[in-house]
Write a protein that binds this ligand. Sequence first.
Ligand SMILES: [Zn+2]
Length: 436
Amino acid sequence: MSDSQTLYAADYLITQNDARDIIEQAALVVQGNRIVSVGHRDLLEVMFPDAAQVQLGKAVIMPGLINAHTHVSMSLLRGYSDDKTLMDWLQQDIFPQEAKLSPELVELGARFSMAEMLRTGTTAFFDMYMHERSVFRAADEMGLRGVLGENITQYFPTVSCRDEEAYAELVRSLADEWRNHPRLRQAVLPHAPYTTNPALLRRCRELATETGALFGMHLAETKSETAACLKEHGLRPVPYCESLGLLQADSVFFHCVEVDAHDITILAEHRCCAVHNPASNMKLASGVAPVEAMLRNRVPVALGTDGPASNNAQNMLREMYVAALLHKVDALNPTACPAQLVLDMATRHGSEVLHDPLIGTLEPGMKADFIALSLEEPHMQPVHNIVSNVVYAATGMENKLTVVDGRELYREGRFLCCDYEALCAEMRQAQAWARR
Ligand SMILES: [Zn+2]
């Protein structure tokens, strides 16, 4: 670990620790990739006289946001198809485009989304797509933290695997290439119950265990998925997964819109996590996940944007706002999903889904993943309750600093980990690909 220390000071700091302490006139000291101290600025300036200082002024330092479910490379298809049902959207527009994807395009889409995430305060993400080696490469180079995995369906040959054996080989080789990486970890990710079969799902489960990867899948996203699962397998999606032995403590399920009380009990018994994607669920009119019921029953629920083609942003501040409002109108109860709960979903619960206990809070010993939102814009003033400003007023564009693993990746309009202008030029060129 490097000996040099940096002290970041700001008017407010949201720790997200167990007591949910908020510190005014605060500072955070970083050494190497870890936080060594969090406290009052005056005190820490005395305790760490040799630390380089970054005075952020009227700003709030807070944990980097964790996007627990996305498909980053789908930035290529942002705005390509909107206002359709999930099945029409997938089958008419998305799947045909994805069949033409190359590793180079996947990498470009990934880099573009990573720039958006860094700009809007996300430091870690859980990604699922094809040609995922390209996403590993992009995340490694750009400096974000993530759990990444190749998505698989039963419709071989897929865009990246000619058959099941090729998928197994890919998972094993990614495991070898990225084992012990300080920021990146692999997951085995079958697409959904309706695009796989029991044998493939069991194989995926075995591969996850064999390679030490996490396991995840889209699950219980729509009523039609539940109806199809009942018709084909005689079980609702969650008991179907239980019957195949898929539910283990390393398993995470994306969406979980269509889960009833019994399904929630099963997820809790097996210590599985869920990820809520409110904007995507609203846009595709999939429904409203019973987030508070899952949390009450000890199923950790994190927050995700889903891909940029069904959201259409990779902006977790916007996602928190949507989540907080959706559950109030759904329950006709303004006390549903309060601001602090939503912030917990985007930080602490994200750490559970990524199985990284050293992210999600700002405390000594934790990894130095944090952001700083400016409080100088009109919509961020006054500050009666800083968590309220973050969840209900912030847009993402007030973020002025994104640090991952102790490294500044974005600061005040400048991307320090990529040539943003070149990236934009490449994206403009890639637009022609979607029209072919
Ligand atoms: Zn998804």
